[in-house]
Ligand binder design. Structure first.
Ligand SMILES: *Cc1c(COP(=O)(O)O)cnc(C)c1O
Length: 363
């Protein structure tokens, strides 16, 4: 019989899993929560009541529609997905990344991204036994296109993931450079547009021109993080292979129904995104005016900035009830960097005031 000790764990669990640190979500009860790129606004009362009424009669004793036909049709209209492109749904876009990695994990296959990037690209590569290669960005977080093209030639990645805008840096990469990468890649290029609602840019119109291009979206940053719905958009040839790995009922009855209702009111989500963009402009201006702080431009619903003693400042903000994200020491390019999600005007004002006070006390 197997005895439960470290030795028996390492006989069973893969070494690269034993080495991993679990994705850490800090407790946030009672805090001003500006750490996870959530939309801070709730839905209007009338719409909440619609949802209550319609979900009350949902047959939760039944499995969901495995192909979510109705929801896909609604998404196609709401997100203006080209007729010739197919859609696959995931339990969040994290699940889609995982499905792609599992499908592409031939022995020795490489999953490539940039550094710093969304940490799940690296983690999921490991889960799926793919080799991860991260190509450093330049110090201004733009693509190092020469390094990228070299790495593509050398490692022949099966899949390249690029977030557009990038997380945790917030910037949009140069579109011409992305096209160069797509054209040089021997495998798939997945453009992750999780922050599309806050950027006036997309590669959706490029799908038709590049057979190796796929596009990912999520409703999480748009206001439905709790429902867990991500989409992969691309050619049927690719998506029908990924569909084989998708667990049959990965999008719940409630997610399908509530998303369906909310998307009938896409204008509400878009107007909330517009408020967030206006607040982003205000925060960028105020942060830029603060001394002893460097702000990076953002096309997303968060802002990256660099200060002296970032970890100390992060802890101080936490003591004042404000939770943001500490990126110090997560990557050499992110030394002394913190990331704040754009919240409600009140939350942002409190954050800015507290930050300013703390910075003044430092000097
Ligand atoms: C937040 C985020 C996701 C994950 O979104 P879910 O749909 O909630 O799983 C994917 N990609 C990037 C770049 C993100 O920042």
């Amino acid at each position: 019989m197997l005895k439960l000790n470290l030795h028996s764990l390492s006989n069973i669990i893969r070494p690269e899993i034993l080495e991993l640190n679990a994705y850490h979500v800090p407790p946030a009860t009672g805090m001003i929560k500006l750490d996870a790129m959530e939309n801070p606004y709730t839905l209007p009362q009338a719409l909440q009541e619609d949802i209550e009424r319609l979900t009350a009669h949902t047959p939760i004793n039944r499995y969901p529609d495995p192909s979510a036909t109705l929801l896909k049709a609604t998404l196609r209209t709401a997100l203006q997905i080209p007729d010739r492109m197919d859609i696959m749904l995931g339990n969040g876009s994290d699940e889609i990344i995982q499905i792609i990695a599992m499908a592409a994990a031939r022995p020795g296959a490489v999953l490539m991204s940039v550094e710093p990037a969304f940490v799940m690209f690296r983690m999921i590569a490991t889960f799926a036994t793919m080799q991860y290669v991260g190509v450093p960005l330049r110090t201004d977080f733009s693509l190092d296109i020469d390094a990228m093209l070299d790495a593509i030639a050398r490692h022949k990645p099966a899949v390249i993931f690029l977030a557009y805008p990038n997380n945790p840096t917030g910037n949009l990469f140069d579109k011409e450079n992305i096209i160069k990468i797509i054209e040089a890649a021997p495998g798939l290029v997945v453009i992750d547009e999780a922050y599309h609602a806050f950027a006036d840019a997309s590669l959706m119109d490029k799908l038709a021109h590049h057979p190796n291009l796929l596009l990912m979206r999520t409703l999480s940053k748009l206001g439905l993080a709790g429902l867990r719905l991500g989409l992969l958009i691309g050619r049927t040839e690719w998506l029908s292979e990924f569909e084989k790995l998708r667990l049959p009922y990965n999008v719940s009855v409630l997610t399908q129904l509530v998303t369906e209702i909310v998307l009938q009111h896409m204008d509400i989500l878009i107007s909330q995104a517009e408020h967030i963009k206006a607040e982003r402009a205000r925060m960028l201006a105020q942060l830029t005016a603060m001394k002893s702080l460097a702000v990076f431009p953002s096309d997303a619903n968060f802002i990256l900035f660099r200060v002296d003693h970032a970890t100390h400042l992060f802890e101080k903000l936490k003591q004042h009830g404000i939770l943001i994200k500490n990126l110090d020491r997560s990557h050499p390019l992110l030394d002394n960097c913190l990331r704040v999600t754009v919240g409600t005007p009140d939350e942002n004002t409190q954050f800015l005031a507290t930050l300013e006070t703390l910075l003044q006390n430092e000097t």
